[in-house]
Design a protein. Sequence first.
Length: 448
Amino acid sequence: MPTLAVPAFALTWWAACYLIGRDPRRPAALRAAGALLTYAAGVAVWTVEPRGVAAQVLLCLPALLWAGAAVALLPSSVPERRQIDLGWMILAGVFLVMLIALPASGRLVSLAPLAGGLVLLWRFRDQVRPPMLTGALTVAATLYALGLAALLLPSALGPSGLVLAAIGLDLLILGFLIAVSDTLDVGERLRPDLVRSATAAAVVTVLVGGPVALTLLAVDDTIVTVLQFSLVAAVMSIVGLEGPVRRGLDLIAFRGEERLRRDRSALLLLAEALPRHRQRHRLLATGEQEFLRFARQALDNYGDLGRLMRSPLTDLPAVDRRLTGRALDQPLERAVELRALIKDKIDGLRPPGPFETTDEWRHYNALHFCTVLGLNPYGRKLRTDGLERDARQALDWMRRYVPRGTLRRWQNEAAALVAARLWDELVTTDPRLIARQRGNRTAPTRST
């Protein structure tokens, strides 16, 4: 059992940490990571107490979290998206109570929310990217359900160690598919960064997991088993969360060296961005809707240079023109110029004349003060020290008279305007894109 349990635990724990470290703001990635972590914990508990209640519950929890990941993959255009997400949260709590109360075979009820999430995904499969995602998730979910049934049903359908390893493989496939979907959504590359991290995980699994498995085979003690799995979890967390761990160590080690820490942080962000930035020629193959989505994401990441460095919009011709004649042309400089370009487009929304709070100014105010300046008018501890008079007036006006939902709608409308202006500029200034679009026009057909 330890010879299979330790590698399964190590790799799924690493995959969960990798998904979290890649982008902790993506709900689908967080829920897939939760599924992997609960499975890994279930493997550890199963090793200590095979077929125990705690182990069975932990091995069933990935089904609930997998259902949440499927719901999070639904396109944002679905009108009931928020209600569906809330419904999943409520059902997950209800089914968790059922998992604890029901006997072993009854715990297969956890597959019901997973089936429901996949049905919803199939309903909107034409809007899910990549197109093969829905089918691949369904196949992996079916294999997971079969493995879970083999573990929980009274009849023995195979060695428990092999079944557990097979379930772990299904969940690793889930994590990979979620990573692919998120990567396509934000316009990044996955393979170089994933291969690097997976290679490190495989090496560490052999170097650390091998001795741990031998120790568990030689010593049959609960405390030793828990300590060994904890060691593997700590090591794999460092591998999966390499970037955040490095920054945390710098924060501790260079506490009094502010400039050194800042310079190292910029270098680390650059090192993380390079494997995830997709090739330049891919921007020319981007459709209008995809480009508009990238532009809105760049607006959301306006204050985060690390994320802007990974944006495909750093290869815009407008950014190239801004960098003409400069000695440095690195991702960090491109991110800085992309941010400056976005600010110019936001400034273009400003109506003529002095600052006002009229309806004509709503789009500019929503982006300039909340995105460019990074102010939150609804913050509990809002500090206005050092702000200009216009900023203080705008914050007071938003806090008093603009509901959160209204401000969010204005921000979305303004972001759409900025994205459309960036697209129009790209279409009118890049001859390669103009030629490609002309070539894609339907040629007249010969009548027969």
